[in-house]
Ligand binder design. Structure first.
Ligand code: C2E
Ligand code: CA
Length: 417
């Protein structure tokens, strides 16, 4: 399979149908005009150009539709854009931020970090705002965020009744994201990510499901349903000669219950699967909580034959001693450090340190959130052993995953450089 084919299997990577739109907030009207011109010349819709914070705030108050990107300077006569970035972050359809400013690099980085913690997408930076064609060139490959035009995904949290209805209707499914071995580019496994469907058939993502399931004591049951379907998937793959393992996310509270561990073992045994084909992922913050409880649970999981992964590694203040003490087989580096690592020395340093740690403890080191060939190249060079991310695929339903795996040659996704 050629590289282009492998990487166009992704459901969500087609460019959006609608025209990309940008607002420009640059103090100097001449510079702002040039940038607008350069963007329009490259197919962008630029409906608004403003020159100060007050004007931009007014637009936010009055405009019904926000753009895909806000190209903005950082300092204006009437204030700076930092507060505005925070305000923008509260909009569910907040635009991605592109900084066009000749502030020092450290300031630009700090502004980028602010956009990041406010949950906003960062579209790029140009340190020469006078270079309008440079701005347009950096935005040439920008794709509007998938889902932005679907406000249904920012609905209020579900209530108990709605969640119970989903569980009772068997409306919970694992969607699978491939895990790829970096030296051979083979798909060696999948991660199961929970998806629900409400009565109207709308997709419900884990951020709206897990907290309510947890709150109402339904998480164990939900996790077991995901585990059962995932185990069936692995058994089907093995039956067809495809050696594909799977990971399931579990909370430490579930694992603390002996009954849950027993049911998990039973669920996997029921489809005739050896537990060594399943890895249980627990988050770093969970793993670093109650030491005694965690060590006991981890030992039990391994005793039952499951593998154990430490997830979102790098997000909590982990105790290195505890990491060495626990019987992990895999360390998964939090995607926030992986995505864009090629262009960020700070992220690279964290990925390198986590990788070195994982490698020297004899663990598989999985880079999560590999979105571009640059990310892939970077994590490979830094010594990660496996990767997951939108570059290969977003999570997709079980049936489609099976079709996709069957279409691959020797399970290989791409002969990348
Ligand atoms: P996680 O375990 O860290 O899962 C990775 C999340 O990153 C997934 O979000 C996945 O869709 C997303 N992701 C994967 N590749 C990329 C990429 O290249 N770029 C970006 N931007 N994102 C990427 P998702 O599916 O929304 O899951 C969110 C979280 O919900 C998971 O984080 C996990 O902690 C939790 N979760 C999911 N399924 C289950 C489950 O069955 N049980 C439990 N207890 N938790 C689950
Ligand atoms: Ca995970």
């Amino acid at each position: 399979m050629r590289e282009a084919e492998a990487f166009t299997l992704l459901p969500d990577r087609q460019p959006a149908q609608d025209v990309r739109s940008a607002w420009i907030a640059i103090e100097d009207p001449v510079q702002a005009g040039f940038i607008a011109q350069a963007l329009r010349a490259t197919g962008w819709h630029v409906p608004r150009v403003v020159h100060g914070c007050t004007q931009l705030r007014e637009l936010l108050r009055t405009e019904r539709r926000l753009p895909h990107v806000l190209v903005t300077g950082l300092r204006f006569q009437d204030g700076d854009a930092l507060r505005l970035i925070r305000e923008l972050g509260m909009f569910p359809d907040a635009p991605a931020v592109f900084l066009a400013s000749h502030q020092q690099r450290a300031v630009l980085k700090a502004a980028q970090a602010l956009a990041d913690v406010c949950g906003m997408r960062f579209a790029g930076v140009c340190e020469q705002p006078a270079d309008a064609t440079g701005v347009a060139a950096r935005l040439a490959n920008f794709l509007p965020a998938p889902g932005r035009a679907r406000p249904a995904t920012v609905l209020a949290p579900l209530d108990r009744e709605q969640v119970c209805a989903i569980v009772a209707r068997e409306g919970l499914f694992p969607w699978l994201q491939p895990k790829v071995r970096l030296d051979t580019m083979e798909v060696v496994g999948v991660e199961a990510l929970m998806r629900g469907f409400d009565e109207a058939g709308r997709l419900v993502t884990p951020d709206r499901l897990i907290p309510v399931l947890t709150q109402h004591g339904l998480l164990d049951e939900a996790t077991l349903r995901v585990a059962r379907q995932t185990a069936e998937f692995v058994a089907t793959c093995l039956g067809e000669g495809m050696a594909v393992s799977a990971s399931v996310n579990v909370s430490m509270t579930s694992l603390a219950r002996l009954e849950f561990c027993r049911q998990l073992e039973e669920t996997v045994g029921h489809v005739g699967l050896d537990p060594s084909w399943i890895t249980l992922e627990i988050t770093e913050s969970d793993a670093m909580s109650d030491v005694v409880q965690v060590v006991e649970n981890a030992a039990r999981i391994r005793m039952l034959g499951f593998n154990l992964a430490i997830d979102d590694f790098g997000t909590a203040y982990s105790s290195l001693a505890q990491l060495a003490r626990l019987p992990f087989s895999e360390l998964k580096i939090e995607r926030a450090f992986v995505t864009g690592s090629q262009h960020d020395a700070g992220k690279r340093a964290i990925v390198a340190a986590c990788t070195m740690l994982g490698n020297s403890l004899g663990l598989q080191v999985v880079a999560e959130g590999v979105e571009t060939l640059e990310d892939l190249d970077c994590v490979r060079r830094l010594g990660c052993t496996h990767m997951q991310g939108y570059l290969v695929s977003r999570p997709i339903p079980v049936g489609r995953t099976l079709d996709w795996l069957r279409s691959l040659d020797e399970l290989q996704v791409s002969p990348t450089s």
